[in-house]
Design a protein around this ligand. Structure first.
Ligand SMILES: NC(=O)c1ccc[n+]([C@@H]2O[C@H](COP(=O)([O-])OP(=O)(O)OC[C@H]3O[C@@H](n4cnc5c(N)ncnc54)[C@H](O)[C@@H]3O)[C@@H](O)[C@H]2O)c1
Length: 252
């Protein structure tokens, strides 16, 4: 129960990996808020309704929506301890050469994957400042290290998330906030598994590059997220933990 009495927001937690994070952190004692553009009722049914679960329909690309979500969470729980910036456009992507990506798709993906992180951080920051504590965990991706082809907007967005993690670590340390990222390799979340277009073109290259030659599932990533949410990571900030079965090695 490392996270007893902690209040955790998981953006995009209604399905896929975010739901797995929510489930693990709930089991470690946290209260969980799922902030997703999708209906979170099925996720809350899966987690079990209780006074430690809340679902709020939120569009992270819209600052007003994020502001209202943060206000509601604070009114309900009186504090916020962890923000997990997990919401992104990913599982619905169609692989495309860089010069065939539709400009509207590029802008929409950046609005969710990059601006969405900024929106959530700036709206939660006053709460963290008042508490003089908080943890931010950004879900990046190992595609940044691999330079994965055929999804340039997505790769660029996750590169931005890694860079923002470092810059925000420096800006927020003085108010007691750590900012770290987790960069998973290809993970067969339920939403990704449902889109063969996203897995088919990557699978053989992914497996070849992995040291640990097996498929990966959300349960393979939850431990890294729980660690970063807990006091066990108190002296870490600005770091990106790569969870990809030993494909991309971080440099010191
Ligand atoms: N599954 C993988 O292979 C993999 C690998 C590396 C990184 N990631 C990252 O992990 C995270 C979760 O991925 P996933 O596999 O569960 O994919 P996913 O696409 O199913 O998850 C994204 C979630 O974000 C929500 N969302 C989308 N737009 C939103 C918006 N505007 N506001 C709020 N919520 C919104 C979706 O409804 C969905 O529940 C994403 O950040 C993704 O980029 C996934």
């Amino acid at each position: 129960m490392r996270l007893a009495d902690r209040v955790v927001i998981v953006t995009g937690g209604a399905a896929g990996m975010g739901l797995a994070f929510a489930s693990r952190l709930l089991s470690e004692g946290a209260a969980i808020v799922i902030a997703d553009i999708k209906d979170s009722e099925p996720a809350l049914n899966a987690l079990g309704h209780s006074d430690r679960t809340l679902g709020l329909r939120t569009d992270v690309s819209q600052v007003d929506s994020v502001r209202s979500m943060i206000k509601t969470v604070f009114e309900r729980f009186g504090r916020i301890d962890v923000l997990i910036n997990n919401a992104a456009i990913f599982a619905t992507l169609e692989p495309r050469p860089f010069d065939e990506i539709d400009e509207q798709d590029w802008d929409q993906l950046m609005a969710v994957n990059v601006k969405g992180v900024w929106n959530c951080v700036r709206e939660v920051a006053p709460v963290f400042r008042a508490q003089q504590s908080g943890r931010i965990i950004n879900i990046a991706s190992a595609v940044v290290g691999k330079g994965t082809a055929l999804m340039l907007h997505y790769v660029a967005s996750k590169g931005a998330v890694v860079a923002m993690t470092r810059a925000l670590a420096r800006e927020l340390a003085s108010i007691g906030v750590t900012v770290n990222a987790v960069a998973p390799g290809l993970i067969l979340s339920d939403t990704v598994a449902a889109n063969p277009a996203i897995t088919a073109f990557q699978s053989s290259a992914v497996m070849q590059a992995r040291s640990i030659k097996r498929d990966a599932y959300p349960e393979d990533v939850v431990g890294a997220v729980a660690f970063l949410a807990s006091d066990d990571s108190a002296f870490m900030s600005g770091q990106t933990l790569i969870v990809d079965g030993g494909s991309v090695f971080s440099t010191l």
